[in-house]
Design a protein around this ligand. Structure first.
Ligand code: NAD
Ligand code: TYD
Length: 376
């Protein structure tokens, strides 16, 4: 198979590309990435000389380039991850999100349609797999602020902390109710993908995953940002009261799910991916502080005073919680890591790879940081 993975130089893409290149030596993987601020080829240094891997610097909105690539390389499958992915940036600059997430997805779909329909076998053996987010479903209520035992448990949620903060979960049949420009743009792209199946018969799949964490995440997202700030003893900007709930999944478990679904998922189907692993932001932040302190040889918890409550994010979704039981039931997927193990591994990785972090946070990053946090 010849497979395009878009956004392969970003956080999740890095893990998906690495998994596919190493696991499938007889596939050829084309990593198509524009290398925006979020793309970093240093993430994939170990793959540079692999014979079944090619990096292509391209914008997914550049329809002609994508079509030419598909025709030249006889592409059979697409795993589409390239996107603008940060909610706070979408609040400041929604146009960029509509361009990349909506028009970029449409451009990928249209190029695939034209190329695959030109072949004698047409869509036979082809696959367009679109990676999306649980944020398209909107926000869930927090009916149990003190937490209840969740109806399901997985390896990810089997640690000491094992709570759900409401009795509703995101299921695949839920109506889309996006609130942020980011989630609105992802919802729109999901609709286009399904429309290409329903209208042209393209073999598409959409998955909606919960918040990912792990190595190589850009330090604008909660976990890497806060690990780096704790290390430098910089304030930790907690939005609102820190009560918002997110459902966290280790990024390699997401990559394993993508591999499984790309090969075994039902065409035209949707799968939610998550570990039933809800956490209030403030609880995660306390775990991060204790873990970083311990690993840096500081007194555990001595950096708690870095917690700084700042103005809430506009339209801040209260609670995300994924019901991934369909994926577990139908394809047998399960997270492989308990959250506590995943967080320990993640903090260690960022502390062991300070050069990676320092390279990213030099230069332009300071301007971004100032613009985001100076007036909050
Ligand atoms: P990221 O921001 O870390 O990486 C995005 C990558 O896409 C970067 O390498 C960037 O250079 C590339 N890119 C951006 N615009 C492009 C364009 N116009 N053309 C080509 N490449 C472009 O994002 P991520 O966190 O790895 O997310 C990947 C995908 O997974 C996104 O579609 C996102 O919506 C989805 N997702 C993310 C999460 C999460 O927690 N991070 C959860 C669920 C779903
Ligand atoms: P983030 O990592 O941006 O992911 P998302 O908004 O896609 O869920 O944020 C995770 C949670 O952490 C979210 O509720 C917002 C909150 N947050 C803060 O409190 N402070 C911060 O500086 C950031 C980046 C996020």
């Amino acid at each position: 198979m010849n497979v395009i993975i878009t956004g392969g130089a970003g956080f999740i893409g890095t893990h998906v590309v690495r998994l596919f290149v190493n696991k499938y030596p007889d596939y050829h993987i084309f990593n198509v990435d524009k290398l925006t601020y979020a793309g970093n080829l240093a993430n994939l240094k170990d793959l540079e000389n692999k014979p079944n891997y090619t990096f292509v610097k391209a914008d997914v909105c550049d329809f002609d380039t994508i079509l030419a690539l598909m025709q030249r390389e006889h592409i059979d499958g697409i795993i589409h991850l390239a996107a603008e992915s940060h909610v706070d940036r979408s609040i400041k600059d929604p146009f960029t999100f509509a361009r990349t997430n909506v028009m970029g997805t449409l451009s990928m779909l249209q190029a695939a349609k034209i190329y695959w329909e030109s072949l004698p076998e047409k869509y036979e053996g082809k696959r367009f797999y679109h990676i999306s987010t649980d944020e398209v479903y909107g926000a869930l209520e927090m009916t149990h602020p003190d937490g209840i035992m969740p109806p399901f448990t997985t390896k990810a949620s089997s640690g000491e902390h094992h709570l759900a903060y409401g009795d509703k979960f995101f299921t695949e049949d839920l109506k889309y109710m996006p609130h942020s420009p980011y989630s609105a743009s992802k919802a729109s792209s999901d609709h286009f993908v399904r429309a290409f199946h329903d209208t042209y018969g393209m073999p598409t799949i959409v998955t909606n995953c919960s918040n990912n964490y792990g190595p190589y995440q850009f330090p604008e997202k909660l976990i890497p940002l806060f690990i780096n700030n704790i290390r430098h003893r910089r304030p930790l900007p907690v939005y609102g009261k820190g009560e918002n709930v997110r459902d966290w999944l280790y990024v390699e478990d997401h990559a394993r799910a993508i591999d499984l679904i790309f090969h075994k998922g039902n065409v035209a189907d949707t799968y939610n991916i998550g570990g039933f692993n809800e956490w209030k932001n403030i609880d995660i932040i306390k775990v991060l502080i204790k873990t970083v302190d311990r690993l840096l040889g500081r007194a555990e918890g001595e950096d708690m005073d870095l917690i700084t409550y700042v103005t809430d994010r506009a339209g801040h979704d209260l609670r995300y919680a994924i019901d991934s039981s369909k994926l577990q039931r139908e394809l047998g997927w399960e997270p492989s890591l308990q959250f506590e193990e995943g967080i320990e591994k993640t903090v260690r990785w960022y502390l062991d790879n300070q050069e990676w972090m320092d390279n990213i946070t030099s230069g332009e990053y300071e301007k971004y940081y100032e613009s985001m946090y100076a007036n909050r």
